[in-house]
Write a protein that binds this ligand. Sequence first.
Ligand code: NI
Length: 259
Amino acid sequence: MEFFDSHSHLTDEKFNDDRESIINEIKKESITKWTTVGYNVESSRKSIELANKYDFIYATVGISPNDIPQKEDELWKELEIIENFLNLNNKKIVAIGEIGLDYYWNKENKDIQKTLFIKQIELANKYNYPIVIHTREAVMDTIEILKNNKVVKKGIFHCCPLNRELVKEALKLDFYISFAGPITFKNSKNAEEIIQMVPNNKILIETDSPYLSPEPFRGKRNDPRNVKYIAKKIAEVKGIGLEKVAKMTYENALKIFEI
Ligand code: NI
């Protein structure tokens, strides 16, 4: 049995002291592929470096709605750097992300968030990539942008909010739903209903590490090994074997990332 963690941040400073050794440990525990996701210029650059170094790690690049610099001209300079990464034509880059809207952490700059999201969708289409979406308290605007700005290679709702309307629309748009730690939390009441809504060929699993540790590790540093707990929860809810969940989510990840 092997697992694919569709979303981690191995470049995070929380891994600075033991990144090399933890990567070996992760690999030993049958997590045989994973992505490390960029959210600004620096993390995107580091993700590419890590992916270049390890053949089983893949990178995504992009600017998240929570990493928009104060000065607008700086943002557009940063976006140019992201485009330069894409121009490297590096096969280890597998998506644009994480990108999207976040009205929970940033309510003051909705317009610039939307503009940045759309510009990065355009980049995805220009360079033929799927997108990795971060959305928080911005369901309707996210869906509206996706309806008006078709993403040719589709994409993934990362750490998908457990919102029925969002999942329904996401599936209509033919996007993938990636589940993370919150589905294992005891207080996530509708997790089971949402998991049941997503067909097997559209489910991905992720850790979003070092954040969002699943039960029973809630509050501790997360890493891709814990993606097994997400798979276990899905297996329980769907009444299928863990092996089947591992296999289908692995195949789905290979498909969307074109690996
Ligand atoms: Ni993330």
